[in-house]
Design a protein around this ligand. Structure first.
Ligand code: GDP
Ligand code: MN
Length: 382
């Protein structure tokens, strides 16, 4: 799950990285008061989960409290659109932070590098808005420090990396402190990514994190209670948030054919078949093993809460779960619901013939192969 910038900065500050003071709010008047308190020179920043807010108009540098209020009014409720986020996200809150006087912009990040099976720190003297471009055009400008899990981070490794990166030697000691603080925060929060871009160097040679992005590994939510409570709010999509509350594996994909299957691999395969048959999947939904009536009902209800959905394709492989039981679960669920969209059900495996027999004579269309099922649902929604 992603943290907002203000939450990310709280985490960093807690472990010793300098960050500008600030306050988050959804009220432009509070934004003005905060700006007043901070001396007027502030930056007003949309708190949305997307990169490139600067370019999308979600970051405004202002010099008076009145301008801060105006900037907050402009940003709150605005849909921010970026290259990474073409559909955009509406900003509900802004962070009003003390403006940093920036002489140079550096890049600092920590994440897991699967290739080297190590946590890796990344440093660059070319921070700021276009780090993706730097990574693409000039990968050598991003210096990496793989962290040995047994020894941890060594000061000399950080010094050597700072030297190679072209970062001002004057800030080496501060950088060593910040990199170590970052590593501590990363481990303590079970993060999968922390990124500071820009890590600003002020004209008087102080380092301070002007921006921060943190992603926490969702597998660690059981022990990251303070972040777990933020999790629903962090989902950009309300249906995905609801799925999470219901403990259902669901991802919204934007098409009009709802897909439900048992097993993540089978569901992904079904998405491909729907696409091959000329359709567009609305979602991924793995109903898991068992799939009794209640689980089916919850899942269908979730899929149908997407207004784009015009048809549903079930793809069930009966293994330990018998096909006739799943068919009965589906029938029981639909008996309690008022579903008018076409539904095609592919049943294969243990007791699948019995399952299909149960479906015969109902509005639910049975299919024998995945390909046939995909063709049927695509034809039905046309
Ligand atoms: P992002 O575009 O979502 O990564 O948002 P950032 O917080 O990184 O802001 C984008 C850009 O705005 C930065 O690269 C800086 O150039 C500028 N910026 C952000 N905060 C400040 C600040 O406090 N002072 C100054 N001078 N520029 C800032
Ligand atoms: Mn940034």
């Amino acid at each position: 799950m992603k943290l907002h910038e203000y939450q990310a900065k709280d985490l960093l500050a807690h472990f010793g990285t300098p960050v500008p003071g600030g306050e988050v709010t959804s009220d432009p008047v509070v934004a003005r008061d905060t700006a007043q308190r901070l001396g007027g020179h502030v930056v007003v920043k949309a708190q949305v989960h997307m990169g490139g807010r600067g370019k999308a108009g979600g970051v405004k540098l202002v010099n008076t409290a009145a301008e801060a209020e105006e900037a907050a009014r402009e940003i709150i409720g605005k849909r921010l659109i970026s290259a990474q986020n073409p559909t955009g996200i509406v900003a509900e809150k802004v962070l009003v932070a003390a403006q940093v006087d920036i002489a140079r912009e550096y890049y600092l990040a920590i994440t897991l590098d699967r290739a080297s099976q190590r946590t890796v720190i990344m440093l660059s003297a070319m921070g700021g808005m276009d780090i993706e471009q730097v990574a693409h055009d000039n990968p050598a400008a991003i210096v990496k420090i793989p962290v040995d899990p047994a020894w941890g981070l060594m000061d000399f490794e950080i010094r050597a990396a700072v030297k190679r990166s072209g970062i001002s030697p004057k800030v080496t000691n501060q950088m060593v402190g910040i990199v170590k603080a970052l590593y501590k925060a990363y481990l303590a929060a079970d993060a999968s990514l922390i990124e500071i871009n820009p890590l600003a160097e002020t004209p008087d040679g102080k380092l301070i994190a002007a921006d921060a992005k943190v992603t926490i590994d969702e597998n660690a939510m059981f022990r990251q209670k303070e972040y777990a409570v933020l999790q629903d709010e962090s989902a950009e999509d309300p249906i995905e948030a609801e799925a999470h509350r219901r403990d259902i594996a669901y991802v919204r994909l934007g098409g009009d054919i709802g897909v439900i299957g048992n097993g993540a691999g089978l569901v992904m395969c079904t998405l491909d078949e729907v696409s091959k048959a000329g359709g567009k999947p609305a979602n991924f939904l793995d109903i898991g093993g068992g799939a009794g009536a209640e689980k089916v009902k919850q899942s269908v209800d979730l899929v149908l809460s997407d207004p784009n959905v015009k048809g549903i394709l079930f793809n069930i492989f009966g293994g330990i779960t018998r096909g006739d039981l799943v068919a009965q679960g589906i029938l029981d669920a639909f008996a309690e619901m008022d579903v008018t969209t076409p539904v095609v059900i592919r049943l294969e495996g243990t007791n699948s013939a019995e399952g299909r027999a149960l479906l015969r004579g109902t509005p639910l269309v049975p299919a024998e192969t995945m390909q046939e099922a995909a063709r049927q649902i695509v034809a039905a929604v046309r």
